[in-house]
Design a protein around this ligand. Structure first.
Ligand code: PBG
Length: 329
């Protein structure tokens, strides 16, 4: 007796494997996160994110042109705000001449067709390192949503194509959508961080922006009262569905690799594009293992990116975008 069906026939050569491959990944799939700082001529490496940098606006301009030339078409902007501009309400976030607003214009001037998305949350601006306003040891929900809506309008005014609220306040997508419509920004999109978990994988990112919750009395030490419990799955679907009902154009699952079950469930449930954020800790882990000589960087990176796409991602926010371009040549 021999097996009649031999699955290995479809694996026998690279050509047949190419022919039957189910998942492909291209530069079009990537959203490139960029960290922006004040100053001139600055390109400082983030210690826990080897080969990833904070850029001043002049270098942001160069980087934008380089990314565009490489075939990448979308960036996600984050700013590192000087301590003296931080407060509890994130007032600086609304400054029309603030770093984010100038960064948006810098990218658009360098490359008008580069899609610009902006992070919307208070943490880089918060003296307490929280995504919302802190009062009596709590993060205020509705007051925070109002500020996020003003912040979104300010980003739209500066030229952002999409705002990306990453704060996890309840109802903020509707508040932001209404504010954008009221101000005439009906074409500004919203990519909602819908299923965002309270994750320890964000550590290197908080180093990059100096945005971790501060350790002082009556300020929560973590973000667990607004970001989701990583033990939960139904909640992710509920959160995502609500964001769509409130007007999100794109939804997101974050982090990536450890949450691909959630990505698949959401992909099966919803009919809007699903983004996945392969976060800073995921990047750091592979870079560290590679420095030790323990993993083959490019092979593991490609496997992880394909796995994210296979799970259902339409968009991948990833610090590996340039490494990916290098690998595909
Ligand atoms: C801020 C924000 C975070 C990330 C994206 N937006 C950090 C956090 O919620 O503490 C994390 C991204 C990463 O780790 O790469 N709201």
């Amino acid at each position: 007796m021999y097996p009649l069906i031999r699955n290995r026939r479809l694996r026998a050569s690279e050509s047949i494997r190419r022919l039957v491959r189910e998942t492909v990944i291209t530069p079009d799939d990537f959203l490139v996160p960029l960290f922006v700082v004040e100053g001139k001529g600055i390109k400082e490496e983030i210690p826990s994110m080897p080969n990833y940098y904070r850029l001043s606006l002049d270098n942001l301009e160069k980087e934008t042109k380089e990314l565009w030339k490489m075939g990448l078409c979308a960036v996600l902007l984050f700013v590192k705000v000087p301590d003296n501009l931080k407060d509890n309400k994130g007032a600086e976030a609304l400054n029309a001449e603030g770093l984010m607003q100038r960064a948006i214009k810098t990218v658009k001037n360098a490359c008008p067709d580069m899609l610009v998305m902006t992070d919307v949350a208070l943490d880089p601006y918060s003296s307490y390192g929280h995504d919302g306003i802190v009062a009596d040891g709590q993060i205020l929900n509705d007051e925070t949503s109002e500020v996020l809506a003003e912040m979104s309008v300010s980003h739209a005014q500066a030229g952002a194509d999409f705002v990306a609220p990453s704060d996890m306040m309840d109802g903020r997508i509707l508040t932001i959508r209404e504010a954008l419509e009221d101000e005439g920004y009906q074409n500004t999109g919203i990519m909602s961080y819908s299923a965002k978990y309270a994750s320890a994988f964000y550590g290197p990112f908080r180093d990059a922006l100096d945005s971790a919750p501060v350790d002082i009395a009556n300020v929560p030490k973590d973000k667990k009262t607004y970001q989701m419990d990583f033990a939960n799955r139904f909640e992710a679907i509920r959160e995502t569905q609500m964001d769509i009902d409130e007007g999100a154009d794109i939804v997101m699952v974050k982090p990536g690799l450890a949450y691909l079950d959630i990505v698949r469930e959401i992909k099966n449930e919803v009919d809007v594009p699903v983004a996945v954020y392969q976060v800073s800790g995921e990047y750091a882990m592979l870079k560290a293992a590679t420095e030790k000589g323990w993993l083959d960087h490019d092979a593991v990176m490609m496997e992880q990116l394909i796995a994210i796409k296979r799970a259902g991602a339409n968009i991948i926010a990833s610090y590996f975008a340039k490494d990916f371009i290098r690998v595909i040549g």
